[in-house]
Design a protein around this ligand. Structure first.
Ligand SMILES: Cc1cc2nc3c(=O)[nH]c(=O)nc-3n(C[C@H](O)[C@H](O)[C@H](O)COP(=O)(O)OP(=O)(O)OC[C@H]3O[C@@H](n4cnc5c(N)ncnc54)[C@H](O)[C@@H]3O)c2cc1C
Length: 471
């Protein structure tokens, strides 16, 4: 597909749509919009212009203009993505949703919140909590990512073991389609089978099928009692094997079930500049339980703690107040920043396998790391079978790095598919995993994705060069 450049006339039209102050052309101000949290330079590219609309109508006009002129449009939330999904790889218009940052409604009768896409996930969580509700979407990036970005990537996160990923909480969306039409899909009904499930076609579509301009989120009653357990283990094998055991033998669904290996623990300690308990342990397992009564939560964590101690846990630390819980989660959530202190360039993966296969997947990753002499610290949303395996570049030159990285990723993906898994559990495909997805998905599945894209976006203007090569 040949795209046209953004000319001064087009800039003028964009200014008349969103106002001069909301069009950015200065390279130094656009620089931040040319990358996301994927650290490699190959996944960075400058837009030709950045526009900051404030409503769906403006977005509709921008998209109609882009369609007439055949210019790529890349939607962007907070830019915390890890797949170069919001990076304008072909230049064109970068559509930043940052000004659409209002919570529109908390509906206490139906347990819904309606928001614009540019509200941070953390603000959604806090607003729900202040009203006595839980919004259960909880990516580790919650303080910075936007709810619209979470919808577009179908973000996972810590509470997905019990409550499910973002898509589970989304019942309605307002979307600007690639032809500029504004449509509301779904809404506040908790069931609706009137036609195809178009809400969940948009969820996880990474800005390639429409721009999300309003989100209808389901809220849940907030369970008042929460406890977190931190369990150090003296062997990685014992620690990871406890995960399927907890999921099947405890009779309890934990809210969160996380894993950290020793490299990740050491990195967190260095980054936080504070001593962590048993920081020379081979691994940590972190478990969160919530419930309606203190007694029930105590019984549940005693059951899980006992299972851990019988299966190689060294000690069980119980955090039953917010400040102790915060200390545990800081260590888990600082993973990305902590690794950057060891190796500023890295490649973070997020493979997923059925939970019963998580010990085998981790063993395979560690074997591949050893074989290729690459450090691959791992943390995992282990209760979901989702492992973040991060290849560290360290001091390798560019050429060696790409060579070794490609080989290691190919071997990891092969193992994962042999175990019944998939190459991305939550970060998505974006530009970064497009080639890999084409190799590992069935050709008929790739054809379905291409057909949907072509049907909705025949000029291929919305976030082109992501997910699949259509032409
Ligand atoms: C430290 C750290 C921790 C993380 N932890 C998690 C985690 O636990 N779970 C998880 O799933 N991810 C995690 N991520 C990845 C990232 O935060 C998520 O993918 C998040 O959902 C992206 O939101 P964003 O607003 O930053 O979107 P962006 O990065 O701006 O965009 C991501 C994709 O969504 C599209 N998009 C954004 N907004 C819209 C919109 N309104 N309409 C249409 N398309 C849109 C973009 O085009 C792009 O394809 C983490 C990242 C970091 C840096």
């Amino acid at each position: 597909m040949r795209y046209n450049p953004v000319t001064p006339q087009i800039v003028e039209q964009l200014m008349s749509i969103v106002g001069e102050a909301n069009v950015v052309l200065e390279p130094e101000k656009m620089e931040v919009y040319g990358r996301d949290e994927t650290s490699e330079a190959m996944w960075q590219h400058m837009p030709e212009v950045v526009v900051k609309p404030e409503n769906a109508r403006q977005i509709s006009e921008i998209i109609k203009l882009a369609n007439r002129e055949i210019i790529p449009v890349t939607p962007r939330g907070a830019g915390t993505g890890l797949a170069a999904g919001a990076v304008p790889m072909l230049g064109g218009i970068l559509l930043s949703l940052e000004r659409m940052n209002k919570i529109l409604e908390v509906d206490r009768e139906n347990l819904f919140m309606v928001t614009e896409p540019g509200v941070t996930t953390g603000e959604v969580q806090r607003t729900a909590r202040a009203e006595g509700f839980l919004y259960a979407g909880d990516p580790c990036s919650a303080e910075s990512s936007f709810i619209g970005g979470n919808v577009a990537t179908n973000a996972g996160g810590n509470k997905a073991v019990k409550y499910g990923v973002t898509g589970r909480h989304i019942y309605g969306l307002e979307v600007v389609l690639p032809n500029g039409e504004i449509v509301t899909l779904g809404g506040k009904c908790v069931k609706d089978v009137t036609g195809y499930d178009l809400v969940h076609l948009i969820v996880g579509s990474e800005g390639t099928l429409g721009v999300v301009t309003k989100v209808y989120l389901k809220l849940m009653p907030l369970l008042p009692f929460v406890a977190d357990l931190l369990v150090p283990f003296d062997s990685v094998e014992k620690a990871i094997k406890i995960v399927p055991t907890i999921m099947t033998h405890g009779g309890i669904i934990p809210t969160c079930l996380e894993f950290m290996d020793s490299m990740s623990i050491k990195a967190a300690e260095l980054y936080l500049n504070q001593k962590l308990p048993y920081s020379d342990a081979a691994a940590y397992v972190i478990v969160e339980i919530d419930g309606n009564t203190e007694r029930q939560v105590e019984e549940d964590y005693e059951t899980i703690g006992k299972l851990c101690l019988e299966n190689g846990g060294l000690e069980v630390f119980v955090a039953d107040n917010p400040s102790a819980q915060d200390r545990i989660w800081k260590a888990r959530k600082c993973y990305a920043e902590a690794l950057r202190m060891i190796s500023p360039v890295y490649c973070m993966e997020d493979i997923v396998v059925p939970v019963s296969q998580i010990p085998r997947a981790l063993e395979a990753i560690n074997g591949i790391a050893e074989k290729h002499r690459v450090k691959i610290p791992c943390v995992a949303h282990a209760g979901d079978g989702n492992i973040h395996a991060t290849l560290l570049r360290e001091d390798r030159d560019e050429h060696t790095w790409h060579e070794v990285k490609d080989r290691v990723l190919d071997e990891i993906y092969r193992e994962v598919y042999a175990l019944g898994g998939a190459l991305s559990g939550e970060h998505g495909i974006g530009a970064k995993r497009k080639g890999a997805m084409a190799r590992f998905l069935h050709p008929a599945q790739i054809d379905m994705i291409k057909s949907i894209k072509k049907a909705l976006d025949p000029n291929l203007i919305l976030n082109p060069d992501k997910l699949v090569d259509v032409l």
